[in-house]
Design a protein around this ligand. Sequence first.
Ligand SMILES: C[S@@+](CC[C@H](N)C(=O)[O-])C[C@H]1O[C@@H](n2cnc3c(N)ncnc32)[C@H](O)[C@@H]1O
Length: 248
Amino acid sequence: MTEIASYTSSLARSRASQANENRPDVFVLAGREWDLLVGVFAPVHSPTTAVAMELLGLPEARDPDRDQDPDTGLAFRGDGTFLEIGAGTGVIAVSAALAGCARVVATDISAQAVRNTAMNADRHGVADRLVSLHGDLFDAVGDEERFDTVYWHSNYVLAPDEYEYQADHERAYVDPGYRAHRRYLAEAPGLLTEGGTVLLQFSERGDLGLLRRLAEECGRTLRPVRRRDLTEGDETVELVLYEVCMKN
Ligand SMILES: C[S@@+](CC[C@H](N)C(=O)[O-])C[C@H]1O[C@@H](n2cnc3c(N)ncnc32)[C@H](O)[C@@H]1O
């Protein structure tokens, strides 16, 4: 395993973010203020959220006339329905609602993240069209609900299958045995409206070879939509937004 893909380094990043004395209650991202609760993935300590928003086209997403550029406009249907798995503070889910999505459902396995997303939906006046639910992946989503976009900025670092989480916060960083990723690849397409899109925000820190094998086993392929390099300390990693497609 290379150093950038090391799960122990990711767990160390999780601990450092939690213990950081400068962890704020409120942070600024994409020109807005956001509440940050204890125990929730902190976009202020991990630039991956900002890059995830950029890859989705969200910072530029407020003017629909600018959505024509394939590399900077919205990477999803901006007036449709949007399901975000693992919403954390809710920055992406709230921004999708602000960009024009008619309905946004946000889920997280961390109860504290679910509260945090609801707080930020209130803060930005979109609580009427955003619901924040507690559950493992899609478990809290109604059986009949379908979405134009299903999205996850995942915990893309592979941990050993037998690893047991020591804190909820670690769930934002590593996925033991890629069990959650396998289930996302298998089940997310079943939640789409006709013509809908499943998106996965992944990173060079993840095990792309294993992800592709799991996709193959589930009858899926991965199509890179957009990519960006991100420098963190003395490491540069590539972040990639993939579309999960059904194999023909
Ligand atoms: C990398 S963080 C991204 C958070 C937020 N979307 C952002 O971009 O700042 C991954 C999120 O997925 C959540 N998560 C991990 N496993 C999950 C699961 N099985 N079901 C739902 N959420 C999960 C974590 O709690 C965490 O909030």
